[in-house]
Design a protein around this ligand. Structure first.
Ligand SMILES: [Fe+2]
Length: 196
């Protein structure tokens, strides 16, 4: 079954232009389209002959997770802006857990991860089994994930997120704008879901 691109109800963002968001959503829709196309092609090749199509199958399987992770991470990303900016509730489950584990340096830590060179995502995960957060950098979008852990916060730091508004050296300004626009209510709900 094909995946359908989601529609996001986004307010105007502070420090991230409407045009940048529009182009970014276009890229997201490209991931959905490419994932569907690769999935269909894989079925076609596998039905025809796995032996004859072994090389093509191998390459497409590798690309499939790239497209899927791009699709899902962008859905997590844009949803974080829906409903408008809302501060983290320090008394919420997430607020208390972040404070207990990171002692106030969480945002600076995530910003440092976002500053890692190269395309990728700075991601906050939560491990319900280990009862702790994991923060990491997913190279491109399919490398370096903590498997099975739910994503609590996803920060896209590919160049396409900031080059239009801030130029090639503007990642830091974009990351600041990202945090200004977050609806922490959405992120708190993800944490609740991960811990119940
Ligand atoms: Fe992106």
């Amino acid at each position: 079954m094909e995946y359908t691109a989601k529609k996001f109800t986004l307010p105007s963002l502070d420090g991230i232009s409407d045009e940048s968001v529009k182009q970014h959503i276009g890229l997201y829709e490209g991931y959905v389209k490419n994932f569907n196309a690769i999935s269909a092609k894989l079925v076609e090749y596998a039905k025809e002959s796995t032996e004859k199509n072994a090389i093509a199958l191998g390459e497409l399987v590798r690309r499939k997770s790239f497209e899927f992770d791009g699709m899902r991470l962008h859905e997590l990303y844009f949803t974080q802006f829906e409903g408008g900016s809302k501060a983290l509730d320090e008394q919420s489950g997430l607020g208390k857990a972040l404070s207990a584990e990171y002692h106030g340096y969480f945002v600076e830590y995530l910003k440092a991860i976002a500053g890692i060179r190269g395309p990728g995502w700075a991601i906050l995960y939560y491990d319900p089994a280990g009862k702790q957060f994991q923060m990491g950098f997913a190279g491109e979008q399919h490398q370096g994930h903590f498997v099975t852990l739910p994503v609590i916060l996803a920060l896209d730091v590919w160049e396409h997120t900031y080059i239009l508004d801030y130029g090639a050296a503007g990642k830091g300004k974009y990351v600041d704008a990202f945090f200004k626009n977050l609806n922490w209510g959405v992120i708190e709900q993800r944490f609740e879901k991960a811990t119940t």
